[in-house]
Design a protein around this ligand. Structure first.
Ligand code: SF4
Length: 448
């Protein structure tokens, strides 16, 4: 990596080695970029001049998240390149025994870098590490190898994680930023739930999507204006629910289809071949548990480490407080969804945990991939009367095959009406095949 000078201007050259001021400046830069594993780090200087590219896993959520980063000085852009080309790029540069989400994410990045749209010496990429034991925490080494093979070894890879896995001097998520991101997650989970319950039944086509756009713009503006106090957030959420309740909807309740599974293929249109859109076009209502649940699951697992294995005793109290904080937010969210009497919400976290424990389908120590949460979500949907469930299974994902496909039998034993279909997603799976399986599931649901 080239080190720039401080541009003190004394010599008039772009880079110099004679002046003391510049030597000190270059020494500071050297310290910033030296790491034991020789990875390319995102420096403070890069924060000012580099573009950060982010994958679009959940379109509404990530639009708001990106706004929080922009407000805090990061030039973040959400990638819009999708489709077969991005997946093919992943297949070309990632080993074929890697799980499908890693192929999609890395493929989307490399496809964007090869597109010519960006100055590849002025971009970095960013993605989320869960900090757990599965590959989501280890994509970064796969990604580095793939970037090197594709000819982009200079591109820094920045990760967001709460486990402190990789540090970059130019990138820091502060406590206020975490708070804002959490509030954005609440906004987007609410919007996603209301959208799913309105869109398929709306009388005037396009009204729901227009309202979503209106709210994303309004909230983006508020993020910039710093209006992120929780009282304001709750006020906005109430107003949002009121606005959606005004959408005229047909009185007929369409078939409801629950969507669960591995986090990436559950939400990402690139990963699941536009599953939600397909369900909508088939005239059914998608019921999708929110992203906040997954965040809670990641946080709660730290408590489980203490309860089950006696680990993390020093930070036990902190995790307890954080879990209580999440539980409170989820209860508020549910209350706002339900208070108009026209929309339905999801279970509290307390109940979600009880479901996992009481039904003894899977042990709470199962916390790789989506772990106990995936089984609990399927049980929760059955309990809500959403017996038609699509469980999204990526190729190469051992944990989710255990807690997803592996748990179907015990769940069906408890809920005989459950109509659960596991759909596999991988680079070679045909979309027609996936859609035919979904159509079959829906026709069974309609007959029932
Ligand atoms: S949960 Fe499965 S698909 Fe997701 S990153 Fe881990 S191994 Fe890959």
């Amino acid at each position: 990596m080239e080190l720039g000078c401080a541009s003190c201007g004394a010599c008039g050259l772009e880079s110099c080695s004679g002046c003391e001021e510049d030597k000190n400046y270059i020494d500071t830069q050297k310290k910033e970029i030296e790491t034991p594993d020789n990875r390319v780090v995102f420096t403070k200087e890069m924060k000012k001049t580099y573009k950060l590219l982010a994958p679009t896993m959940l379109p509404m959520h990530f639009r708001l998240f990106a706004e929080v980063f922009r407000k805090n000085g990061y030039d973040m852009e959400l990638l819009e390149n999708e489709g077969r080309k991005a997946v093919d790029c992943g297949v070309k540069y990632v080993h074929n025994d890697a799980c499908y989400p890693s192929i999609c994410v890395i493929g989307q990045f490399i496809d964007a870098l090869q597109s010519g749209k960006y100055d590849v010496n002025k971009v970095a990429v960013i993605y989320m590490q869960t900090g757990g034991g599965c590959r989501a925490s280890n994509y970064v080494s796969l990604m580095r190898k793939a970037f090197e093979r594709a000819g982009f070894p200079q591109v820094p890879i920045v990760t967001i994680n709460i486990a402190g896995l990789e540090k970059h001097p130019g990138f820091k998520v502060t406590v206020p930023m975490y708070r804002d991101l959490l509030n954005c997650c609440l906004y987007a989970d609410l919007m996603m739930t209301l959208r799913n319950q309105c869109r398929v039944r709306e009388v005037r086509k396009g009204q729901t999507d227009d309202l979503c756009d209106h709210w994303v713009k309004k909230l983006s503006k508020e993020i910039w204006e710093g209006k992120m106090k929780y009282s304001r957030v709750k006020e906005n959420m109430r107003q949002m629910a009121a606005d959606f309740a005004l959408i005229e909807r047909s009185p007929e309740q369409p078939v409801r289809v629950g969507i669960v599974g591995e986090i990436y293929v559950k939400y990402s249109p690139l990963g699941n071949n536009y599953l939600e859109e397909f369900v909508y076009k088939e005239g059914a209502e998608s019921v999708v548990p929110g992203l906040l649940d997954f965040m809670y699951y990641c946080v709660y697992n730290n408590r489980l480490d203490f309860e089950l294995y006696g680990m993390r005793s020093d930070s036990r109290l902190i995790w307890k407080i954080v879990c209580n904080y999440f539980e409170k937010k989820k209860n508020d969210l549910n209350e706002i969804i339900r208070e108009r009497g026209v929309f339905y919400g999801f279970s509290s976290y307390k109940h979600l945990l009880e479901l996992a424990k009481e039904h003894h389908c899977v042990g709470m120590g199962m916390k790789m991939g989506e772990g106990w949460l995936l089984t609990s979500e399927m049980l929760e949907l059955c309990e809500m009367g959403v017996s038609n469930i699509v469980c999204c299974q990526p190729f190469g994902c051992l944990p989710n095959h255990i807690v997803g496909k592996g748990m179907m039998r015990p769940i069906k034993a408890r809920y005989p009406d459950a109509n659960i279909v596991a759909i596999d997603f991988d680079p070679g799976a045909s979309r027609i095949n996936q859609e035919n399986r979904l159509k079959l599931m829906m026709s069974n649901a309609r007959k029932g």
